[in-house]
Structures are given as structure tokens and as C-alpha cells.
Design a protein around this ligand. Sequence first.
Ligand SMILES: [Zn+2]
Length: 180
Amino acid sequence: MKTNDINFEQKLPHTLDALKCAQKRLDFQGYYTKSLFQERLGDSVESIESDIDISVSFQFDLEKRVVIEGKAGVDVVVYCQRCNEKFKKHIDVKFLLSPIKEIAFADKLPYDYEPILVNEFGEVDLVNAIEDEFLLSLPTFTKHDIESCEVPELVRTFGEIEEDTDKENPFAVLSQLKKH
Ligand SMILES: [Zn+2]
């Protein structure tokens, strides 16, 4: 381990001065408690099952921009959108963030960088940025892997577009009720 590594076997700071961290070329390893992610991520999944593992490094790129590169992982329980069964899933995200003072500067970043806003104290909110990454990856983890899904193959493929014109439209009952 390099001498300037900070190995938190504890909670990471919620916000950090990215410029100072980059000047010291800091690497962080640690975690955020899941309660910090309850409001947005917790609202989008059935439950959050683990604290959030983080590894992140601060440095400058060749054009002297501060960059925050890292990855984060969490276990969640979600409902499968195909078979409607709950299942547990590990989500990993990678991120490459560059701090900006105003959102207007976002356009000036290289396209594979994501902007992260600096607050009035010169700090960035890593929790918020990582939660964004998890939320952006949501559509890819709300279905079972195809082989473990409970819905038979035929239903999966054709069920939604099949039309059965002989059957009475179930909504016809509703419209009849409305007349009374
Ligand atoms: Zn399923």
C-alpha cells in the first residue's frame, strides 16, 4: 500500500474537497452506510441489503482537471419485471467524475467524464453522485437473468403482444358498471 492511501475501515466522509484530495493524490477505500441511500435508491428498490462499498481515487488528468475515479457496490432486493418475484442482486458501478463550479461548465468536459458540482464550501457530494450512478443502472438489474426467471420462454416472448379476440375484453365489465 502506498503511504498516501487512506484505508478507511470505516465510513467515508459524505463530502470531500476534491482539489485538496487530488493534490495529495488520495485513494480512499471504505463504505457509506445504507441509510444515506434510503431516500432515492431505497425508494427505487424493494430494499437495500448492504452498506455501500466504495473505492475512489483523486488525481489530475493531463489537462490538470481534477478527476475522481472509482467504483461502488451494493446488494439490493428488487422485483423481477418479468415474473414479479423478489430477488437479491449485487450492483457494481464505475464512475469518472470531474468537479465543476457551475453546471454550464459541464459541456467543456470530455464526453466520458461526468460532472459533479462543487458546493459553496468547495466540496463535492460523493454520496449523491454515487447514488445517481446506481439509479442510472437500475433498468439493467430489475430482471432475473434469463435462465433463473420463473416465466416460461413462450410467455416471455409472445405473451405481451398476443391478442385473443374471442375473449371478452375484461374492461368491458368496468364500463358496464359505470353506467349504473
Ligand atoms: Zn423473473
